[in-house]
Design a protein around this ligand. Structure first.
Ligand SMILES: *[C@@H]1O[C@H](CO)[C@@H](O)[C@H](O)[C@H]1NC(C)=O
Ligand SMILES: *[C@@H]1O[C@H](CO)[C@@H](O)[C@H](O)[C@H]1NC(C)=O
Ligand SMILES: *[C@@H]1O[C@H](CO)[C@@H](O)[C@H](O)[C@H]1NC(C)=O
Ligand SMILES: *[C@@H]1O[C@H](CO)[C@@H](O)[C@H](O)[C@H]1NC(C)=O
Ligand SMILES: *[C@@H]1O[C@H](CO)[C@@H](O)[C@H](O)[C@H]1NC(C)=O
Length: 418
């Protein structure tokens, strides 16, 4: 049992948060476990930024940023490509459980001259966080929110939800989306191929009203993996229409468009990888052979089974199905965007007009991924072994029934202060 002083402190903390009611709402997911999940935040660039700069802002692998947005990584020097201001991007982050609430605390920001908490929150991080939340997450580090020392290393807590990585019992990745002035719930639902009802259920909303600055959780259908628990990419989830690079940049997995079965192939990045051939066969990861027979079609596949102890697991399977499969269709890739069209601001992915028109391709690249220079983050890391410090945190509220109940109430769309 927590001591009474711990309780008093958490209670007052809690009340202060309630009192500091801000105007916008965000969806809070209480959690008790130290587990985490893959999630996304929707981010609109506040200025022109290189791919590598956006990645650094969130301390993620530039390749993960590109593949999450179905941007072709085979372009020369794509990491230095300049992305245009106002471009909307989906940023992959690990969602952990901190103080009983789902959030991501793996992002840090180094302050520059003339930064204020408000400019960092509203501009640099596009309203994904508030100045108060940054202040709170950094304890006594910030004494005067209007004057920040240059070079401070601030934790930037980001909103995220897991909801069991499922929506209506189907695999889903949750995107934390900052509502803009021109948005309506119906518009957001259409943009992300979901329904108003589903958004209202997920966010426990009583009405369809949303307002600029609210942060809502949008479920994106995804392809689930069934890698063993000790795989470093355990629980890999890839949203429909996008890619992920895993196994130390050796394997690329995609989802959709035809079905929601995860499809993995060798990644063709210039990295040295262990064998990706299925044992007792000449098939490589992703290869499928089909033989029509009287009983149907005899299909043999070599599929990816997770990254375990630096080994790429492969699984050879053989089954009969009524009809032979056609050639695998990949989700379309787009060229690195250079302009923001109206469509790219309103569509979930940049508009088809930005595509190089070469039809579906798979990401290929000749550059060495630079993610090795990003300590503590690997795109191959699933929830286990992620850069989360949540595992060290004990939730002081979870053992106190009344507060636990209050926390549950927070699942009702709540006010940002938390
Ligand atoms: C969690 O998700 C799994 C599969 O996605 C599902 O089988 C299970 O019922 C879900 N659990 C809850 C509590 O929703
Ligand atoms: C996946 O995306 C494709 C095209 O982007 C779409 O046609 C398909 O309906 C989506 N699947 C699901 C389950 O949402
Ligand atoms: C098997 O997969 C490899 C790697 O993706 C590919 O280069 C090759 O063409 C495939 N072979 C067949 C027979 O599909
Ligand atoms: C399917 O093909 C594999 C080899 O391609 C063969 O070993 C297996 O016996 C076949 N199965 C059936 C049911 O025909
Ligand atoms: C991982 O591989 C190394 C070297 O092959 C081995 O010593 C170690 O026991 C393995 N660990 C696990 C968990 O299998």
């Amino acid at each position: 049992m927590p001591s009474s002083s711990t309780l008093a402190i958490s209670l007052s903390f809690f009340l202060i948060n309630i009192v500091a009611i801000a105007e916008s709402k965000s969806t809070i997911e209480p959690c008790a476990n130290s587990d985490s999940c893959n999630s996304l935040v929707g981010y609109t660039l506040y200025t022109d930024l290189k791919v590598s700069e956006v990645a650094a802002l969130f301390q993620i692998d530039p390749i993960a940023l590109l593949t999450s947005n179905s941007i072709d990584i085979s372009y020369a020097d794509v990491e230095n490509h300049i992305l245009p201001s106002q471009l909307f991007l989906k940023i992959p982050i690990i969602c952990s459980c901190v103080d009983g609430i789902r959030k991501s605390v793996a992002t840090r920001y180094k302050t520059r001259p003339s930064d204020t908490l408000a400019s960092i929150a509203d501009s640099v991080y596009g309203g994904l966080v508030s100045g108060d939340q940054i202040r709170e997450a950094n304890g006594n580090l910030v004494t005067d929110p209007t004057v920040l020392d240059v070079g401070m290393n601030l934790v930037v807590p980001l909103p995220c939800t897991c909801f069991n990585s499922s929506d209506n019992f189907l695999p889903a990745v949750y995107l934390s989306y900052v509502v803009r002035e021109m948005d309506s719930l119906a518009g957001i639902a259409a943009r992300f191929y979901t329904t108003v009802t589903d958004l209202m259920n997920v966010n426990a909303m009583g009405s369809v009203a949303v307002k600029a600055g609210d942060i809502i959780s949008v479920p994106l259908p995804a392809c689930a993996s069934n890698f063993p628990r000790h795989a470093s990419d355990f629980a890999l989830l890839v949203p429909n229409g996008s890619y992920a690079i895993t196994a130390s940049h050796c394997v690329q997995c995609s989802c959709g468009p035809g079905n929601l079965n995860l499809y993995c192939t060798p990644a063709s990045l210039a990295v040295s990888c262990s064998s990706m051939q299925c044992r007792n066969s000449n098939l490589m990861l992703g290869n499928v052979t089909a033989q029509p027979s009287s009983a149907g079609c005899n299909v043999t596949t070599c599929s990816y089974g997770g990254f375990v102890n630096s080994t790429i697991l492969t699984t050879l399977s053989n089954f009969l199905q009524p009809r032979c499969p056609g050639e695998h269709q990949f989700p379309p890739l787009i060229a690195p965007p250079t302009t923001v069209t109206r469509d790219s601001m309103f569509a979930p992915a940049p508009a088809p007009s930005l595509s190089d028109g070469a039809g579906p391709k798979t990401p290929k690249s000749s550059f060495m991924p630079s993610s090795g220079s990003l300590p503590g983050f690997s795109p191959a890391n699933g929830p286990i072994g992620s850069a989360s410090d949540a595992t060290n945190l004990v939730n002081p509220l979870s053992s106190f029934p009344t507060l636990a109940f209050l926390l549950l109430l927070l699942k009702l769309v709540l006010l940002t202060a938390l």
